[in-house]
Design a protein around this ligand. Structure first.
Ligand SMILES: Nc1ncnc2c1ncn2[C@@H]1O[C@H](COP(=O)(O)OP(=O)(O)OP(=O)(O)O)[C@@H](O)[C@H]1O
Length: 350
């Protein structure tokens, strides 16, 4: 449905005479399929929101291409943007910020209905509003339609934001951390609702999250992003149960409840991964590390990783990993064979 190739965004930064760029997203390929959820997972600053904003055409690309149904999706001008937005809708993290507090649910939904479906009035408009609220399980609709955002809970507000997006009858939903600001107890309800929209309406959904455990639960496929580059892709179950890339192992190991994800991560328990010195911080994106961007944090990195950018290697079952360990190079690293982060007590051991 929506395919991105070589998605790249560099933000110019710095003052007068200082030419620097933040390499926020570099050569990312993604594919959103009809009736399917793709999770893009990564730590803060990995470029997830930038990917969503590029796909929503809220930002111009530095390089790369976005295809919607096989056609170049780049829009020029307001009309083309509006046509694109009708098909590709975005849901934001913060339902408090994305709904104007001075307007009622009726006003918010009516505006979206009129923009995307024409000037419905009277009973026809009322029926459309009721149907939208029912679709997001805000029932009976008359209890919610005249409320202001502040009269609703966070979960209810996010449902209104989803209803507003659905008023466009979109084919693609770009959901940027749609549950991270919500109470833990209501998160599942929102994910179930999105899953229901995927199944009933066949919508393609991009699910941006820093929580790899929720990607496993919710997404059909998962792409792991680190420092603006794809590290690993595959079906969510395998990526989370049997991560191939050392970075994905770190993410899984630091998930709130790694035991839910299978107990061990590539043969290491969560505690062992944490102790192995794999922690640390993401790199500067103004001056990103050469070679694999993860190499400064990777306990298995060798010279090759510091020098050359790895391709996304095929690791079987429709999965890929951007790690030299999966290449046939003679100087490749070996996962499990630590080259850094060896603890002093181990060195002292006989
Ligand atoms: N307008 C901008 N100008 C300069 N740098 C930017 C801009 N927008 C984002 N960045 C930088 O690009 C990088 C990626 O940011 P992005 O918001 O996409 O990451 P993220 O993974 O969504 O993080 P978070 O989960 O914290 O939102 C960060 O280093 C960020 O500081």
């Amino acid at each position: 449905m929506l395919v991105a190739t070589g998605l790249t965004k560099h933000f110019p930064v710095g003052g007068v005479g200082v030419r620097k760029v933040v390499h926020a997203v570099d050569g990312v390929d993604l594919e959103l399929r009809r009736g399917s959820v793709l999770a893009v997972v990564g730590e803060s600053g990995s470029g997830k929101s930038t990917v969503a904003r590029l796909l929503a055409q809220l930002l111009p690309l530095t390089a790369g291409q976005v295809l919607l149904d096989g056609h170049d999706a780049r829009v020029r001008g307001r009309k083309a943007f509006r046509r694109y937005v009708k098909r590709v809708q975005m849901i934001f993290q913060d339902p408090f910020g994305s709904l104007n507090p001075v307007h009622t649910v009726r006003y918010i939904l009516t505006r979206s209905v009129r923009i995307h479906r024409g000037r419905l009035r009277g009973a026809e408009l009322e029926a459309a509003l009721t149907e939208l609220l029912e679709r997001v399980h805000l029932t009976p609709a008359e209890r919610y339609v005249d409320s202001y955002p502040h009269e609703l809970s966070g979960g209810q507000r996010q449902r209104v934001a989803i209803a507003r997006a659905l008023a466009a009858d979109p084919e693609v939903l770009l959901a940027d951390e749609p549950i991270s600001m919500l109470d833990v107890s209501i998160r599942l309800g929102i994910l179930n609702l999105l899953q229901d929209l995927r199944d009933r309406l066949g919508i393609a959904i991009l699910y941006i999250t820093h929580d790899i455990a929720s990607a496993r639960y919710f997404a059909d496929r998962t792409t792991v992003l680190y420092a603006g580059r794809v590290m690993e892709t595959g079906d969510s179950e395998s990526v989370t149960q049997d991560p191939k890339h050392p970075y994905t192992r770190l993410l899984v190991a630091s998930a709130p409840d790694p035991d839910d994800l299978g107990g061990t991560v590539g043969g290491l328990t969560a505690g062992e991964v944490r102790e192995s010195g794999i922690g640390g911080e993401p790199p500067s994106l103004i001056d990103p590390p050469p070679g694999c961007r993860f190499h400064p944090r990777c306990p298995f990195a060798v010279d090759l990783c510091r020098r050359e950018v790895p391709d996304l290697f095929d690791v079987g079952a429709g999965r890929t990993a951007a790690c030299w360990a999966y290449s046939d190079r003679g100087d490749r690293p070996v996962i499990g064979q630590r080259t850094t982060g060896v603890r002093a007590d181990e060195e002292a051991a006989p």
